[in-house]
Ligand binder design. Structure first.
Ligand code: ATP
Length: 240
């Protein structure tokens, strides 16, 4: 592990019913990095995410977060990570504000109203929506609420599952800007996605996953986004 490595996979393999689902994954994600694991259907993205969230155990090797093996220190790791599932699991009958207050109390985090309002302003959720039932929110608005919650929990590590699927282009841009800002403020962000364009816009590093194996890696140089065409070509298995 390098000194600033926050997330690491070390010879991580998962076998289910004698099938190899993840095959000897090795990677490290540094503090403040936006890391995207890109793969097609059935590549093993969800399985990777589940092992980092402590919902599945590696068959061999390990998944670590902040230097702790997730399988051995599941509760401790779960306290320091925030997870945004593809469909945000907040309560539809409660408002954005009520959801945040409820989930903060479940997490044992005490925050003032001012802090909660500041987080909602930061994610740019329209003020008129704060007290409306979440069932009236768009997917983008639900994600903003979930990110505000993650901000208030001060989670240093965020795991995002297909964060831009179902968002319109303006919402994708807003979401990417927020993710970049969180990372610039020191959060470490791990996302799984099959969205080449979205990953190129926001990620510092993209790693390709295919049939449970890592097959390529692309790194951002300076402020220039990773080249979409090169990633797309590698993803599709051809030369750029
Ligand atoms: N509990 C399980 N039992 C058997 N096979 C499984 C199980 N979980 C996952 N798999 C298999 O492992 C492979 C990887 O699945 P995984 O859900 O991790 O892929 P994914 O990249 O997230 O795909 P998608 O983009 O379609 O969600 C698939 O072939 C899937 O059928």
């Amino acid at each position: 592990m390098t000194t600033n490595s926050v997330i690491s996979a070390n010879a991580l393999s998962v076998h289910i019913d004698q099938r190899t689902i993840l095959d000897n994954l090795n990677f490290e994600v540094g503090k403040g990095e936006v890391f995207a694991l890109l793969g097609g259907n059935g590549a093993g993205k969800s399985t990777t995410l589940k092992t980092f969230l402590g919902l599945m155990k590696p068959s061999t090797g390990s998944a670590s977060v902040m230097g702790l093996s997730v399988a051995e220190h599941t509760n401790e790791v779960q306290k320091s990570v925030a997870y945004l599932p593809e469909s945000v699991t907040l309560y539809g009958h409660l408002s954005g504000l009520e959801n945040i207050r409820y989930f903060l109390s479940v997490a044992g985090v005490d925050k003032s109203d001012d802090a909660v309002f500041a987080a909602l302003r930061k994610v740019a959720l329209q003020k008129g929506a704060w007290t409306k039932a979440l069932s009236n929110y768009s997917k983008g608005m639900r994600q903003k609420t979930a990110i505000a919650l993650a901000l208030l929990r001060n989670a240093p590590v965020l795991f995002l599952d297909e964060p831009t699927s179902g968002l319109d282009p303006a919402a994708i841009d807003e979401f990417n800007a927020l993710v970049s800002e969180l990372a610039a403020n020191g959060a470490t962000i791990f996302m799984v996605t099959h969205d080449v364009y979205g990953a190129c816009q926001v990620a510092h590093r993209i790693v390709l996953l295919s049939n449970g194996k890592l097959t390529g890696s692309f790194e951002r140089v300076g402020d220039t986004p990773i080249d979409t065409e090169a990633v797309h070509a590698a993803f599709a298995g051809r030369k750029a």
